[in-house]
Write a protein that binds this ligand. Structure first.
Ligand code: HPA
Length: 270
């Protein structure tokens, strides 16, 4: 894995002269964030050695390099999900590559189903913590100490400083935000009513099919990490019958302008 990551990093560094400070992973329907980036380079995933290729509708599949204000960023336009059939090592491979391209901070976004009754479709939730309910762990197997330690401290997976800053920004921009716990399940089915109920009982505010493995690997390498979720559907009796991928994409699109402004400001001020 180390050699593969370094090979990919060398390839990218050979193609472009750019050292990003921020990594951004754009979730379902959030790909438009790249419009905030003054793009210097765009590398489609299928041209990058060792990269998996994205398969889901609504994900474009490219690494976008450029600036937001004076900050250098690399954005993943489209991510890799466990349910697509990739191993957890494949799902998280780009995070390792971004680390060795130079990023110090990672911002992760996603779409999720809300189980907190105070949320509604279109709500924005800062992820303050997560519950790993995925069936496989990205750090399972031999640990390469060059990446990080065998046993990773997960007391603060999401940066307290970045959360504080994001809340200040949201207030200034008059964007309503929540702070909550994200629970990761493998998908690709949306949850049954009983499963949404379980998610709530377990102490989470929303549920999704991504983010958790990426954040674990980011923390393995001591990246400062910020996560944010758009509630695209509600996991309750009234709403469950209409949940579909199209509804998720539509709801993500409606919340996107606010999320975009928030992430942009967070990057500019960090
Ligand atoms: N469940 C799981 N993943 C999701 C959901 C959901 O309700 N909405 C968007 N991603």
């Amino acid at each position: 894995m180390w050699d593969q990551v370094q090979e990919t990093v060398s390839y990218i560094k050979g193609k472009i002269n750019f050292i990003p400070e921020f990594g951004v992973i754009l979730g379902s329907g959030l790909g438009g964030f790249s419009e905030e980036i003054a793009i210097d380079y765009l590398l489609p995933y299928d041209e990058i050695p060792n990269f998996p290729v994205s398969t889901v509708q609504g994900h474009k599949g490219a690494l976008v390099f450029g600036t937001i204000g004076s900050k250098k960023v690399v954005a993943m336009q489209g991510r890799f999900h466990y349910y697509e059939g990739y191993s957890m090592q494949e799902v998280t491979f780009p995070v390792r590559v971004m680390k060795y391209l130079g990023i110090e901070k990672l911002i992760v976004s996603n779409a999720s189903g809300g189980v907190n009754p105070n949320y509604k479709v279109g709500s924005i939730m800062i992820i303050k913590d997560h519950i790993n309910f995925m069936p496989e762990h990205p750090l399972r197997g031999n640990n390469d100490e060059r990446f990080g330690p065998r046993f990773v401290n997960m007391s603060q997976p999401y940066s307290v400083e970045m959360i504080r800053e994001a809340k200040v920004i949201a207030k200034e921009l008059n964007i309503e935000i929540h702070e909550g716990v994200y629970l990761g399940l493998q998908g690709p089915t949306f949850e049954t009513l009983a499963e949404y109920r379980m998610v709530k009982i377990l102490g989470a505010d929303c549920v999704g099919m991504s983010t958790v493995p990426e954040v674990i690997v980011a923390r393995h390498m001591e990246l400062e990490t910020f996560g944010i979720s758009i509630i695209t559907d509600m996991g309750n009796e009234e709403s469950i019958s209409t949940i579909s991928h199209n509804e998720v994409l539509e709801a993500a699109k409606s919340a996107e302008p606010n999320l975009r402004m928030l992430i942009k400001e967070l990057i500019v001020r960090s």
